[in-house]
Design a binder for this molecule. Structure first.
Ligand code: CO
Length: 398
């Protein structure tokens, strides 16, 4: 019997600090539905409109079984394609169809795509701070909890002194690349002195330096043996990875801003990166992420999906299912969720030691409580969080 898509609903909820976009695909089979993550938190209502006003119409009445066909149809249906809003909208429906397929099969999704390659999914933790001592204390806490892989992040307070700025300079984040590089080196020197060589440490540059500055930073950091240097260059300059590759032996991770295959294909085939960091709803969902993961295997590139707070537990769990299966799994970013999120998303993955695990429920194993979600409505636009300025006021993406 053919099961068809009966309706598609989009929800925006904010149980923590980010608007989360969740797509629910309902079917002609009573009680059978699927959930997908479509979270583009900075443009959440645009994604909701793309689903509600366009993809809903296209997909209602379609067979739930034909996921690949559905993905291709959605991706091609607007003619102009490959952008973050539409990709996230497609992801919501794509992941919901995988959830439905798992439920129909009575299996967790990872069983449908090859079965487990490992017993649990290794995670890394984040150490945040605005001084090296604060970062060090956060690292120490994670080490005490058993973590071996820790990413260190900082945003310098008063990065640019007021007397360096021009009159009338706007408020907000400022970046002085020279001070940033000097401070990053100081942080890792301090961490190695305090903790020795055993912890695996990472730095996320957030694409805010020029290619030349990045090469200099990477050379300065090479003696501190990073596990990986992340997003050291913007996706607009993929060719610059070659310079970085030649300059240092540090593993390179890249990709949370990737939208389409042309942005990452050559970086992989040229072996210019070691870890791919895609935000999987941003590249169009589980179907393209599964292809990407297998493609990476042939070029010795490992997966390290982007999994911060602006990803629903459904999207996080989709990553965990991929992590369980692919041979070239590297490491899973783990931030964890608060109680409010667990209330809205029963089955939210939880850390057990330094590993996360899928559960044995069919599909993703994560549900969505529509009533609970109403308690935490989305907020919409939240300012230019990812914009910094150089000391003369010039904008720089960060
Ligand atoms: Co990043």
């Amino acid at each position: 019997m053919t099961v068809k898509i009966r309706d598609i609903k989009t929800f925006i909820t904010r149980p923590e600090r980010s608007d989360l976009v969740v797509v629910k695909v309902e079917t002609t089979e009573p009680g059978l539905y699927g959930l997908g993550c479509a979270t583009f938190t900075q443009r959440a209502t645009a994604v909701k409109a793309a689903v509600d006003d366009y993809y809903r119409e296209i997909m209602i009445g379609q067979d739930v079984n034909d996921i690949e066909d559905a993905w291709q149809r959605m991706a091609g249906s607007s003619y102009w394609r490959n952008g973050p809003v539409l990709n996230n909208a497609i992801s919501g429906i794509d992941e919901a169809l995988w959830d439905i397929k798992g439920k129909m099969a009575g299996m967790p999704v990872y069983q449908l795509i090859g079965g487990a390659s490992r017993k649990g999914v290794l995670t890394f933790a984040d150490a945040l701070g605005s001084t090296k001592e604060e970062i060090g204390d956060a690292v120490e806490k994670h080490l005490r909890n058993g973590f071996r892989h820790i990413r260190c992040m900082f945003r310098l307070k008063d990065a640019v002194p007021e007397n360096m700025k021009p009159a009338g300079a706007p408020s907000g984040n400022y970046l002085d690349p020279k001070r940033y590089i000097e401070y990053a080196v100081e942080v890792f020197r301090y961490l190695r002195e305090r903790f020795g060589d055993e912890p695996e440490l990472m730095l996320d540059v957030h694409e805010q330096l020029t290619p030349t500055e990045t090469v200099y930073l990477a050379k300065c950091l090479e003696p501190y043996h990073l596990f990986f240097l992340e997003d050291s260059l913007p996706p607009e300059h993929p060719e610059c990875f070659k310079d970085l590759r030649r300059a240092v032996s540090t593993p390179l991770a890249m990709g949370e801003l990737f939208n389409n295959v042309n942005e990452y294909r050559n970086l992989i085939t040229e072996r210019d990166i070691d870890y791919v960091r895609c935000h999987i709803s941003q590249i169009g969902g589980f179907s393209p992420a599964l292809k990407l993961a297998h493609f990476c295997e042939y070029f010795n590139v490992r997966t390290a999906w982007h999994c911060p707070g602006d990803l629903s537990p459904v999207g996080c769990m989709a990553q965990i299912h991929l992590d369980m299966v692919v041979n070239n799994f590297g490491i899973q970013e783990w931030r964890g969720y608060h109680e409010a999120t667990k209330e809205v998303f029963p089955g939210t993955p939880e850390l057990n030691g330094i590993y996360v695990y899928p559960n044995d429920k069919p599909g993703w194993g994560v549900d969505f409580d529509e009533e609970a979600a109403k308690k935490y409505p989305g907020k919409g636009y939240q300012g230019d969080f990812f914009l910094s300025r150089l000391y003369d006021g010039t904008s720089v993406r960060s």
